[in-house]
Design a protein around this ligand. Structure first.
Ligand code: FES
Length: 145
């Protein structure tokens, strides 16, 4: 399983987490290339359907990254997102996925190093969990080898 490179989808809010990703890049901080960043206007836009669709399409791990609590540019989008993520963790557990494959993080646009740290730690977590049973591409390649 050491050659397993997970696909991680990161839903990032435009104002904070996406800015932090930009800053991490400007600071030349290294973080894994496993991330597929999807920019949202605010994490309040996230729904369980988006999260489940990411897993259905083959993501091994998914996280939502929004502004710090109290700093959402749409007042309480990140506070709305948090219970949706927690609810979806329960849903994926019911279909046999580890709830640790889904997480929510908060950070400001000035937290480039934190963005890189979250990315590294989350990708490592997913590597330890192994491929998602829904990741058809990985299982097709593994079966063919
Ligand atoms: Fe960033 Fe709402 S604008 S979480």
């Amino acid at each position: 399983m050491s050659d397993f490179e997970p696909i991680v989808v990161a839903f990032c809010c435009h104002y904070c987490a996406y800015g932090a990703a930009d800053l991490a890049g400007s600071m030349r901080l290294e973080y894994p290339t496993n991330l597929r960043i999807i920019r949202l206007p605010c994490t309040g836009k996230i729904t369980p359907v988006f999260l489940l669709r990411a897993f259905e399409k083959g993501a091994d791990g998914v996280y939502v990254a929004g502004c710090l609590e109290g700093d959402c540019h749409f007042i309480q989008g990140n506070l709305v997102a948090k219970p949706r993520v927690n609810y979806t963790k329960k849903l994926i557990q019911e279909v046999g996925l580890e709830p640790e494959r889904l997480e929510m993080f908060n950070m400001s646009a000035a937290m480039g190093p934190r963005f890189a740290e979250v990315a590294r730690e989350f990708v490592q977590r997913i590597k330890e969990l192994g491929p998602s049973p829904l990741n058809k591409n990985y299982h097709i390649q593994s079966d063919a080898a």
